[in-house]
Each structure stands twice: as structure tokens, then as C-alpha cells.
Design a protein around this ligand. Structure first.
Ligand code: BGC
Ligand code: BGC
Length: 744
């Protein structure tokens, strides 16, 4: 393919545009292109006057009108470029971004900048953006990255618990605040778009991406789509830190046979819809800007070739108006051979892919795409539709008005406020699975022995997708390790002894804390088709601690439940810490009882690896059921002057968690006010015209404008005085519901 613009023009127009609206810059370029001038840019005033001439550059006009105006000015090459996304490091020379009119750049998991800090990322972004703006039409590029648990490619960023831990918090409002914090850090490096959240419903813990899932039931990922609202804000581009979100991976990525990454999900359509579709439906309702397809197949047909799922269901039935992006090199995998073919490209684009994550060989890709369009195998109408979808998001994000990094957010990367939020999330994500004899909380004045390969390792506790695709052990970024958190919590840090391998322990300690589990991994390499237990090092460390006779408290750092049933009798306590990220202080908060554990299992905990897949409601007998999680002895003491109360009674309290134009999210707390255990309940209230779109921790039905909610098998039994909650999202205003509780 011949370059579209003479080199000289590209270089000449790549000049600073900071503090000037992009449309002015674009206009300079457009003017130069039209007149063929080679002189320096015209004086600002002249340009500003001329700017009003082009409707697409006028922020006062409605977005659809700007899109149509721009589309009318674009050449076919401009349009094909918009459908192309390439890896930053594949761009050689950089001017190819303008030459080939590339619409989008990404950083893959191992793509970085040097030195790796927020400043350099922002500089890199701005320099690429200036190149994009130097084309005749000055269409800004959109830059995407996997900010999946914080802005994880950037050293020094705040890293939050991976999604599995966020699922354990059962707190969509907290997850929304995390989304907002991530958006600020991402915006502070200029980047416009995150490939998050993964709305995968992980059904088999052998899958290496299990930790990217909020939970194994459709309800949990559905509730946690609040992350999207956090990233994008109430309206996309409504504020300068708004970042485009991605619902991924559509559809059925977590349902593959054997938990094989990129495998085949063999389910009936009814099952696929019941288990894997609900989070995407909710994401679309929340206005998610993009959807990424899954490498996996549904009954043998790859998602990237699945016109029914992508065009009919997602864009048609669900009404998704954003754009669909393919996964990394997924289009070129369609025929099972390396290297693009025109047929693969036509299949994917005609199935409904709007933007192709190429990510390397963009010259070949573009020339094949052009060939397919030229031969009529990809209709021009499809190209225009893809462009409308992409350009609409670029306009809405404000990229035409604010193309460069808003440096006022750069200092939020790794800020104290974000780390405080992350620590809160860490403590809320801890799930206490065993606590024999009340060994936890630990006394702050005790003599403690800390051991285990993940006790003092920020890389291990952060997991995959941490300053590198697969993550790695060691001091990969800045933060607080679990050991540092423990030392900061105790009265006298000199009474804490640490040895990674457990060497040197004797019987004189109050307790031994073993921080063990999995080392970092990501997709593909993280699959565990064989054993799912602890490694030899961990087993030996634990054996040393157990031999001392000191009570052993195990903190498990892992991306999924592990096969530990055989070992459990030797441990006094077990705390599932998941992959907490950079704020290890949150683990210590729970260990020492500054905060009682509140996390609940987002995944059923297997009795043994051979039980996989094991999920809520499948009739198997797991080690710990979905929703299990202990807390410290907080049950209210006996009432000194008890009122005579009926044997069975309960109350329900409604609370609006958050609301947005046209919808809201709420939770209802059910309390057993009777004298004995309550084994089930029914709550009902008048919806006041609201329509419930999803509900978790309960089952519901609606009749005559009234909703009736019943407990699920896991939250039915409440001790006297105990409470449980369920939550829901709904269209319409929250109103003032007065729920009624009837004991079952
Ligand atoms: C992953 C995606 C990711 C993309 C870009 C793929 O390998 O499956 O989740 O967004 O790479 O890094
Ligand atoms: C990942 C990318 C990563 C690359 C490394 C892909 O599968 O999704 O993000 O950088 O592999 O080769």
C-alpha cells in the first residue's frame, strides 16, 4: 500500500497543540492539505475564524451531526484506518500513524515506556496524539490499555484487588469508586480507554483467568458493572477523567470445557443466555462504550466469527450502540493459521467487529481490508456503521476538544487517596474461611512469626497484569507487602520475626502467619489442568511452622480457590486474601481485628481438584459454599430486658446505594428479629413504577407492580439477631420503598 500522505506534510504539521483546541490544530492541517502550503502554521486568530467553517469541529453541534459531517469528508482510507488498532511498539516509523490514518493505538500487556512512570506515559501519549492530529482531517486517535486492577502497566500506580477479590466485597458502590480512581490514574497518563472490566462468569477454577472474574454466578459480575459507571462517569466524557470502558470477553469466555483458555463453551443457547449474557446486558444498559470479543468459541464457532451473537444479539437485541473491538490478533487466528487473510477479515467485520486489534502487521491488514471492501465482500455500509460507532465515542469522550493529557490528573497515579481506597477494598475482600478457637484476631502485643513466599512480595500479591502481562515475583512496583502491613499494625515491630521458609521458629510464639499460595500468571499460562494445590515450597514452609506447635494462621494469596482440604485440619485459621494488589495493610487490618472480616466467597470452594467444575446450586458438596465467609464474634449479646417476641419474626430495611439518571441501585437488609433461627424469608414491596433489571443474593418475581424476593439457599438461615442483604439495580427512580418481611 502506498503512503496516503507525503512524508513532508506529516512532519510539518506535527507541532505542539497543548492548550489549543484540537479542531484548531486539525484545521491548520486541513488548510495545509488543501492549499499544499509548506509555510509555518497561520496565525491563531485566522485559524480560529476559519474553524467555524467545518461543522464536525464545532462542539456546539449535536454529536450525530458532527459524525455525519466528518464521515462525509473522509476518504475510504480514512475510514479503514479508523477500524485499525495497533500496538504502540509495532508502529515503525511513528509517522505511519498519520500516513495510514490509524484510528487507535494500544499497549499490550508487555508494552511499556522508559523510564516507566506516569510522566513518560503522558509524554508518549501526547506525542502520538500530535501525530494523529497532523492528518488533513485531524481525527484524534483513541489509546487503549489493560487497566484491569488499577493502571497496572505503570510502575507506581495504585493496584486494587483483582476482580475475584472485588466480588468478595459484595459492594458494587465501592467497586464504582474504584472505577473512578482508576479512571483518574489512566487519564493522568493521557490514555482514553481501558480494556476492563472482564465480565466473565468463571465456571471452572482451572481457568487461568478466574481471578479476572467477579464471581461464578451471573448476579455478581452483573452487580459489579458499577465499575463501568466509575470509569466512564455518569455520562461518557461528562468530566475530563472519563475513560471509555470495555465489557469483555463476549461471550462465554468463562464457560469453556475444562476451563481451557480460549477454548470452547458447550452450552445450549438458554444456558448461555442465563449464565453468561446477564452482565453484558447490564453493561449495555449502563452505556458501556466498547465490547471486546472472546477468543473462545460457542459450540465450536468462534465469537469473532459469530454474526448472530455479535450483530443480532449484542447490537440488535441488547441495543448496544458502542463499538466492538476484536481481541489481540484474534481475527488472524480465525482460520487457525498465522497471518491475516482477506477471508478472516471479511468474516470478522461482517460478523460485527468494528475495530480490529491487529496488533502488528497493519500494512498487510489494511491492504487486505481494502481489497475485501473493493471486491464488495465487505459492504461500504458496514464500514460506515463501524466508523459511526467509533467516531461517536471519540466525540463523546471529548477527544476532539481535549486531545492531549490533562496533566492535572498525573499526580493521582499512586496517590495517597487512591491507596487508602485500595486498602479499604483489600480489607473488604478478605474472606475468613476457618477460625478455630477464635485464634483471629491476633493480639497486637503478641510474639508473631511470619513466613511464606508471598509474605513480603509485592509482585506475588499483585498477580498477573502487573507491570507486565504475566506479572512476576519480586519488587515490581511500589506498595506495602503483607509483612510490612503486619509490622505497621503491631504494638512493637521487633516482636515480629520473619523468615520466608519458616526456619528458626520455636514454640515461644503466639501465632505463626503463613502467607502462601500462587505466583503470578495471566491468560494461557495460568490454566491448571492438573493439580490445584500448594507448591512444594509452601508445603515445606507450612510443615516447619506446624512442627513448632504454634497455632498456624494461613493467609492464602491466590487467583482462585485452591485444593487445600487435606491440609486444613493442621491450620487454626484460613483467610482467603485473593490477589490484593499494592495495599497489604488491608490484610493486616483484618488479621488484627481493626476491621472484622466481611468478605463472602465469590466462587464455590472445591473439596478437591477432581470436583471442578463446581458451582453454586450444582448439587455437589464443596468444602465451602458460594457466599461463605465468617466474621469475628460480633453477634449481639443477650438483651438484658427482653421484650416477649414471637418465635419467628423479621424486618427489612431498604437503602438506595447509588442512583443515576434513569436508574438506581439499592440494597435491602433482612434481620431476624425473632428468638430462634430463621430458615427463610419473603420480602415484598411496591416498585412504584421502577423496573428491576438485576438482583443478587435473592430470587425474585414481579406481579402487579409489586416485587417479591425470596432467600437463596446460601443466605436463608439467620441466627437470632443476624442480618443478610440482597441488592438490585433498577430502571426508574428509587422512590421510598417500605419492604415487608414475612418469615418462611
Ligand atoms: C486479552 C485481552 C486484552 C488484550 C490486550 C488479550 O490477549 O485476552 O483481555 O485486553 O490481550 O492486551
Ligand atoms: C497479550 C498482550 C501481550 C502479548 C505478549 C497477548 O496475548 O494479550 O497483551 O502483550 O500477548 O506477547
Amino acid at each position: 500500500m502506498t503512503p496516503l500522505v507525503p512524508e513532508a506534510r506529516v512532519r510539518r504539521s506535527a507541532r505542539p497543540v497543548t492548550r489549543r483546541p484540537a479542531f484548531v490544530a486539525a484545521l491548520c492541517a486541513a488548510a495545509l492539505a488543501v492549499t499544499g502550503l509548506t509555510a509555518a502554521a497561520p496565525p491563531e486568530r485566522e485559524v480560529a475564524r476559519a474553524a467555524a467553517a467545518l461543522p464536525y469541529q464545532d462542539p456546539a453541534l449535536p454529536v450525530p451531526q458532527r459524525v455525519e459531517d466528518l464521515l462525509g469528508r473522509m476518504t475510504l482510507d480514512d475510514k479503514l484506518g479508523q477500524m485499525t488498532q495497533i500496538e504502540k511498539d509495532a508502529l515503525v516509523p511513528r509517522s505511519d500513524l498519520a500516513t495510514y490514518r490509524i484510528g487507535s493505538v494500544l499497549s499490550g500487556g508487555d508494552s511499556t515506556v522508559s523510564p516507566n512512570n506516569a510522566q513518560t506515559w503522558a509524554d508518549t501519549y501526547d506525542s502520538l496524539q500530535r501525530t494523529a492530529l497532523s492528518t488533513p482531517l485531524g481525527i484524534p486517535m483513541i489509546y487503549g490499555i489493560d487497566a484491569v486492577h488499577g493502571h497496572n502497566a505503570v510502575r507506581g500506580a495504585t493496584l486494587f484487588p483483582h476482580n475475584i477479590g472485588l466480588g468478595a466485597t459484595r459492594d458494587p458502590a465501592l467497586v464504582r469508586r474504584i472505577g473512578r480512581a482508576v479512571a483518574e490514574e489512566v487519564a493522568g497518563t493521557g490514555i482514553d480507554w481501558s480494556f476492563a472490566p472482564c465480565l466473565c462468569v468463571a465456571r471452572n477454577d482451572r481457568w487461568g483467568r478466574t481471578y479476572e472474574s467477579f464471581g461464578e454466578t451471573p448476579e455478581l459480575p452483573t452487580a459489579m458493572t458499577s465499575f463501568i459507571t466509575g470509569l466512564q462517569g455518569d455520562a461518557l466524557g461528562g468530566d475530563p477523567a472519563s475513560v471509555l470502558a470495555t465489557a469483555k470477553h463476549y461471550l462465554g469466555d468463562g464457560g469453556t470445557t475444562g476451563g481451557v483458555d480460549q477454548g470452547d463453551t458447550r452450552l445450549s443457547e438458554a444456558e448461555l443466555r442465563a449464565i453468561h449474557l446477564p452482565p453484558f446486558r447490564e453493561a449495555v444498559e449502563r452505556g458501556v462504550g466498547s465490547v471486546m470479543l472472546s477468543y473462545s468459541s460457542w459450540n465450536g464457532v468462534r465469537s469473532h466469527a459469530h454474526k448472530y451473537l455479535v450483530t443480532d444479539v449484542l447490537k440488535g437485541e441488547l441495543g448496544f450502540t458502542g463499538f466492538v473491538v476484536s481481541d489481540w490478533a484474534a481475527v488472524d487466528q480465525l482460520d487457525g493459521q498465522t497471518g491475516f487473510t482477506g477471508a478472516e477479515i471479511a468474516t470478522a467485520v461482517n460478523a460485527g467487529v468494528d475495530m480490529v486489534m491487529v496488533p502488528h502487521d497493519y500494512r498487510k491488514f489494511l491492504s487486505l481490508l481494502r481489497g475485501e471492501v473493493g471486491a464488495g465482500r465487505i459492504p461500504l455500509a458496514r464500514v460506515d456503521d463501524a466508523n459511526r460507532r467509533i467516531l461517536t465515542k471519540k466525540f463523546r469522550l471529548g477527544l476532539f476538544e481535549r486531545p492531549l493529557t490533562d496533566r492535572s490528573y498525573t499526580s493521582t497515579v499512586g496517590s495517597a487517596a487512591h491507596r487508602t481506597l485500595a486498602r479499604q477494598a483489600v480489607r473488604a475482600s478478605q474472606v475468613l474461611l476457618k477460625n478455630e478457637g477464635g485464634v483471629l484476631p491476633l493480639p497486637k502485643t503478641g510474639r508473631l512469626f511470619v513466613a511464606g513466599k508471598s509474605a513480603d512480595d509485592i509482585g506475588n500479591q499483585s498477580g498477573g497484569w502487573t507491570v507486565g502481562w504475566q506479572g512476576r515475583s519480586g519488587p515490581v512496583t511500589e506498595g506495602t507487602t503483607v509483612l510490612q502491613g503486619i509490622r505497621a499494625a503491631v504494638a512493637d515491630p521487633s516482636r515480629v520475626t520473619y523468615d520466608r521458609y519458616g526456619n528458626g521458629i520455636d514454640g515461644g510464639y503466639t501465632a505463626a502467619v503463613a502467607v502462601v499460595g500462587e505466583t503470578p500468571y495471566a491468560e494461557m499460562r495460568g490454566d491448571r489442568p492438573g493439580d490445584m494445590g500448594l507448591d512444594q515450597e509452601d508445603l515445606q514452609t507450612l510443615a516447619r511452622l506446624e512442627a513448632s506447635g504454634v497455632p498456624v494462621v494461613v493467609v492464602l494469596v491466590s487467583g482462585r480457590p485452591l485444593d487445600i482440604a487435606d491440609r486444613l485440619p493442621d491450620w487454626k485459621a484460613l483467610l482467603a486474601a485473593w490477589l490484593p494488589g499494592t495495599e497489604g495493610g488491608g490484610v493486616a487490618d483484618v488479621l488484627f481485628g481493626d476491621h472484622a472480616p466481611t468478605g463472602k466467597l465469590p466462587m464455590t470452594w472445591m473439596r478437591g481438584a477432581s470436583q471442578q467444575p463446581v458451582n453454586d446450586g450444582d448439587g455437589k458438596s464443596p468444602l465451602f459454599p458460594y457466599g461463605h465467609g465468617l466474621t469475628y464474634g460480633t453477634e449481639p449479646g443477650p438483651d438484658p430486658d427482653p421484650e416477649p417476641s414471637p418465635a419467628k419474626a423479621c424486618t427489612a430495611t431498604h437503602r438506595t446505594v447509588t442512583s443515576w439518571p434513569g436508574g438506581h441501585q439499592a440494597e435491602v437488609t433482612v434481620k431476624n428479629t425473632g428468638t430462634g433461627p430463621l430458615t427463610g424469608w419473603t420480602i415484598d414491596w411496591d416498585l412504584g413504577g421502577a423496573a428491576v433489571t438485576s438482583l443478587w443474593n435473592g430470587t425474585h418475581s414481579v406481579a402487579n407492580g409489586r416485587i417479591t424476593v425470596r432467600n437463596t439457599s446460601t443466605n436463608g438461615t439467620l441466627a437470632a439477631g443476624a442480618t443478610t442483604t440482597f441488592g438490585y439495580t433498577a430502571n426508574g427512580g428509587p422512590g421510598t420503598p417500605a419492604p415487608r418481611c414475612t418469615p418462611a
